[in-house]
Design a protein around this ligand. Structure first.
Ligand SMILES: [Zn+2]
Length: 397
């Protein structure tokens, strides 16, 4: 058994202890002590980091035998008296998130009767899973009420009681544990059995901000950020918003509408462009025949046209000449490709395009009369040569 100093002194950052055992596990030392202020991963809260006897603590494990194992890289021996130092910034962040979770869970419970099934503290934000789905209105109310309690700066005290005593005091959720329970009491707001670390007054949480809310296992998964994490998220969003603002020149509240207008304008412009492309394609098809007099097989790279454009040209060309086989490429790198054949030709355009894709590392396919692809990484000359060989193989002459 390790005496857990953080149970009664969550603000303790340094301590002295005697090393009880050192086990080598997978190249690391697992060190147990007679007492520790290091919090081990449990109850949704991650472990503390810091140093032990000058060595970095990289993990802290709550063992089934009641001991806490500190994973360190340094050489410690049983019997050593060592000093431990907690990384306080990390721990305090965990205390803000964890106490904020108690308030938020209590708020959902009190206002909406939505119970918290589980809690997870992540690297950037945390989540609670509620037993039933909550509406946007319920989320806003719970967020408001939890923050009201933050700003009232109520004391958060640690109590120890038997399960019967605790039940009589009115806990938010009954504990499955037996023996003495450790209770976290947010004055006149929430009483919960919990082994984690918490701030000593609610004001230290700073703020509780809810991020995303999504459906999860018949209930809701609520993402939230407390204190420093909420400020960090605000900074990230502020940076992203001002970057967008440079392009849009409208206040954040008008950005979504502004982007929608841009998208509609772009779609309209796209439709006009397609119309022009189709009309031009017929002329380009005639130009193709003029550049390749008497040929049934035409392979070319065409400047200034995109994939849709070369497809329109190939379709127009094969509609005009039923025995034509037309393979066109964009002049981009990598190139896009289209192969089309007229109604009296027996060439398999889809099969040819697949063979090209194998040779030039692209992707694509299609039907015997029309196939498309992209990502071809050969020069225009190499692509044209390859397609001539393929056409020649299939249909000599
Ligand atoms: Zn807790």
């Amino acid at each position: 058994m390790t005496q857990r100093l953080y149970y009664s002194e969550p603000y303790r950052r340094s301590f002295d202890a005697t090393v009880l055992s050192v086990d080598e596990v997978a190249g690391h030392s697992h060190v147990t002590l007679d007492q520790t202020a290091f919090y081990p991963t449990s109850g949704g809260q991650p472990f503390d980091t810091g140093t032990l006897g000058g060595a970095a603590v990289t993990d802290v494990i709550d063992r089934e035998d009641g001991a806490i194992a500190h994973v360190v890289s340094g050489a410690l021996r049983a019997g050593d008296v060592v000093s431990g130092e907690i990384d306080w910034a990390r721990r305090f962040d965990h205390m803000q998130q964890h106490t904020g979770q108690h308030l938020l869970s209590a708020a959902f419970d009190r206002l909406s009767g939505a119970r918290t099934e589980s809690f997870h503290m992540g690297q950037l934000s945390s989540t609670i899973d509620l037993a039933r789905e909550v509406s946007a209105g319920e989320v806003a109310k719970a967020e408001d009420d939890a923050n009201r309690v933050v700003w009232e700066d109520r004391p958060v005290t640690i109590k120890f009681a038997t399960a019967e005593e605790a039940a009589a005091m009115g806990m938010r959720k009954e504990s499955a544990r037996t023996g003495t329970l450790r209770l976290i009491d947010v004055q006149e707001y929430d009483l919960s059995a919990c082994g984690g670390t918490h701030v000593e007054r609610t004001g230290a949480i700073g703020i509780i901000a809810i991020g995303s809310v999504e459906k999860f296992k018949g209930g809701s998964r609520v993402e939230f950020l407390c204190g420093g994490r909420a400020l960090e998220r605000f900074r990230v969003w502020k940076g992203a918003l001002s970057a967008v603002q440079k392009h849009l020149s409208v206040p954040p509240i008008e950005m979504a509408a502004s982007i929608e207008r841009f998208q509609e304008d772009a779609k309209a412009a796209q439709r006009v462009l397609r119309g022009f492309q189709e009309r031009l394609a017929a002329q380009e098809a005639q130009a193709l025949f003029a550049r390749n007099p008497g040929k049934r097989l035409i392979a070319e790279a065409i400047d200034g046209w995109d994939a849709q454009g070369i497809k329109a040209i190939a379709v127009a060309a094969t509609a005009a000449q039923s025995d034509a086989v037309v393979a066109l490429f964009t002049s981009t790198t990598p190139a896009q490709a289209v192969i089309a054949r007229g109604s009296t030709s027996t060439v398999d355009a889809g099969a040819m395009l697949k063979q090209l894709a194998v040779k030039f590392g692209g992707k694509g396919g299609g039907k015997p009369d029309l196939a498309q692809g992209g990502g071809f990484t050969g020069s225009a000359v190499a692509l044209i040569d390859a397609v001539r060989v393929l056409i020649g193989d299939e249909q000599p002459g």
